[in-house]
Design a protein around this ligand. Structure first.
Ligand code: NI
Length: 181
């Protein structure tokens, strides 16, 4: 039975660190991925990166199939993902389980060409676009210590500053468990 892991929140060091590459697929990694899916789905998330569950490994999961429009889109398990190429740009609103109750518009690429390792450590290359690509880019950013609020202009940031402060002081309520430092 997978476990629902507590989510790390804005202000915590782990969310600002560069992750370490996965070098081998062992039971611990399989368990981490299982738990990440379980945690994401229970928190109504569509993507989750390892630092959000206090792990320093280069792993993220994406599953947008809960959105009606994308119900046939298969979930992604991205191990050691790298964006090789990207095309186009669009601006859309985003949020993050680690930054509750903050939403803002972020510019991202429409299409990305990704390389990652699968569960056999085999190198896989895929091209993804649209919403799936946006979520993957958000999650891959997490692996490099980058958060969506980092893209905001000074003006946009000032609008969400008080909420960010609340999150840093743990003065927030969520319907999923948060990591206590
Ligand atoms: Ni996020």
């Amino acid at each position: 039975m997978p476990a629902q892991l507590p989510i790390t929140t804005y202000g915590m060091e782990i969310l600002r660190k560069e992750v370490k590459p996965v070098v081998k697929i062992d039971n611990k990694l399989v368990e981490l991925v299982d738990n990440m899916f379980y945690t994401m789905i229970n928190a109504n998330g569509i993507g989750l990166a390892a630092p959000q569950v206090n792990s320093e490994l280069s792993v993220c999961v994406v599953d947008i199939s809960c959105v009606d429009e994308y119900k046939n889109v298969k979930p992604l398990i991205l191990i050691n993902p790298v964006i090789l190429d990207s095309h186009g740009e669009s601006i859309k609103e985003e949020g993050c389980l680690s930054i509750p109750d903050v939403r803002a518009e972020v510019k991202r690429h429409d299409k990305v060409y990704l390389q990652y390792n699968d569960f056999n450590m085999k190198e896989v290359k895929i091209e993804i676009e649209g919403f799936l690509s946006r979520v993957a880019q958000h999650e891959i950013d997490h692996l490099h210590g980058k958060l969506f609020v980092d893209y905001l202009s000074k003006e946009e940031l000032s609008k969400v500053k008080s909420q960010l402060r609340k999150i840093q002081k743990h003065k927030i309520e969520t319907d999923y468990p948060l990591f206590e430092n």
